[in-house]
Write a protein that binds this ligand. Structure first.
Ligand code: HEM
Length: 392
């Protein structure tokens, strides 16, 4: 698509499958480090270069990260550390995320992750052809988080339905409020029980952890259970889909993975750089004054999109950036953000991707894409394949 047309079109309507997004970003990056775009009919901005994005993530004064989260899911689930600023953000981030520290994630039982993957595969392994999005990628991360929280198995499906209802807040607000009320009512006795009888699960940890003499109250406990799903499920689901597309596209990458376990982590790192699940991350400028950024004056209350996918393909940082090259070696990337808001779930996400890849290779070694073009990642803010039709 021609860039003039795109700039006149709303960001929410762009699909830009596969390389279309990255070629478009090349054009934008060549123009300037920050370019005007349209978002929901409103003139907005997109940051296009790696060094400008690094600056954008660090500029918490001109581009305060909490503002945009106050409009997202917070009106539905209540205040949470994403919608807080400064010291409060730091305090509640500490209280909410001990489970995601690298050492704790190392200890998370791989067997639990493997069990979830195996249980899902058991449901479709006898079929000749499946859509891997429907049968696997969109279910796996929800089940993992439900198990980390300690939700009983026979309640997981109902729990996932409530959470998906919350995540669809923008498109179906009435249903989202109903799901929230039902979920909160479900959580009341669970929280009471874990308060009296702590277990080895995330809900017990959220209740009992204390930082600087502060503990989460009932409302914050619930909103933090809510954001664990909103932040950690669709991003991981999208990344598993992108990984399947990258490895199953024509070439020998799937076979190489099969023969070399040592290269699997490298492939996952390259995937995270090459096709990040959050391709453009929204921020909003301050409401009380303009922001000066990379030589441009941004009006108060403007949306600014952090071009993560654009930075990850910046030729000033990467050689041959559009190639999915599992031999690239370790490289920096913006996939998990940067600065004080850097994703605390990245270690868990990497572990989920690795376990998934191991199990899929072991149980479905002949997996083949039916239609490569139709499986290409698409979308701008969140990006992944809509369908991954495969023969087994
Ligand atoms: C590959 C998968 C993932 C990707 C691409 C991803 C991406 C990101 C990005 C870009 C941010 C920065 C947001 C900002 O600057 O405003 C972020 C923050 C966050 N992520 Fe992830 N994430 C992933 C997986 C997870 C998982 C598995 C969890 C937890 C279960 C999680 C929990 C969070 C939370 C709670 C924040 C907010 C941090 C803060 O505001 O201080 N993420 N993630």
């Amino acid at each position: 698509m021609n860039s003039e047309k795109i700039l006149a079109q709303d960001l929410t309507q762009w699909q830009l499958p596969g390389m279309e997004l990255h070629r478009f970003m090349d054009e934008m990056r060549e123009r300037a480090p920050i370019v005007p775009i349209l978002f929901m009919g409103t003139p907005s901005w997109l940051i296009t270069r790696y060094d400008a994005l690094e600056h954008g993530f660090k500029d918490t004064v001109g581009l305060p990260p909490h503002r945009v989260y106050q409009f997202g899911i917070a009106p539905l689930i209540g205040e949470n550390f994403q919608s807080m600023e400064g010291e409060r953000h730091r305090l509640y981030r500490k209280l909410a995320t001990p489970t995601f520290r690298p050492r704790v994630v190392e200890k998370i039982d791989s067997t639990m992750l493997e069990d979830v993957a195996n249980e899902l595969i058991d449901t479709f392994i006898d079929q000749p052809q499946v859509d891997m999005v429907k049968v696997f990628t969109e279910r796996y991360p929800y089940l993992v988080i439900a198990r980390l929280l300690g939700i009983p198995r026979d309640e997981e499906e109902q729990f996932s339905r409530w959470v998906i209802g919350l995540l669809n807040f923008n498109s179906e607000p009435d249903r989202a409020y109903q799901c929230r009320d039902e979920l909160w009512a479900y959580l009341d006795p669970v929280i009471e029980d874990r308060r009296a009888n702590p277990r080895d699960d995330v809900i017990s940890q959220l209740i009992h952890d204390e930082v600087n003499g502060v503990r989460m109250d009932e409302a914050l406990l619930k909103s933090h259970i809510g954001i664990m799903f909103s932040a950690g499920s669709s991003t991981t689901h999208d990344s598993i889909g992108n990984l399947l597309y990258a490895l199953l596209s024509p070439g020998d990458n799937w076979d190489r993975m099969w023969h070399s376990t040592a290269q699997r982590d490298q492939a996952i790192e390259e995937l995270l750089r090459w096709e990040p699940a959050v391709s453009f991350l929204p921020r909003m400028t301050r409401d009380d004054q303009s922001t000066h950024f990379e030589g441009v004056e941004l009006a108060p209350n403007s949306f600014v999109f952090m071009g993560i996918a654009a930075a990850n393909h910046d030729p000033a940082v990467y050689t041959d950036p559009h190639a999915f090259n599992i031999d690239r070696g370790e490289c920096q990337m913006m996939t998990f953000g940067h600065g004080p808001r850097t994703c605390p779930g990245m270690h868990l996400a990497r572990k989920e991707l690795r376990v998934t890849l191991d199990i899929l290779l072991e149980r479905l070694p002949q997996l083949k894409l039916v239609d490569v073009g139709a499986s290409a990642p698409r979308g701008t803010i969140f990006r992944s394949p809509e369908k991954i039709l495969c023969t087994l």
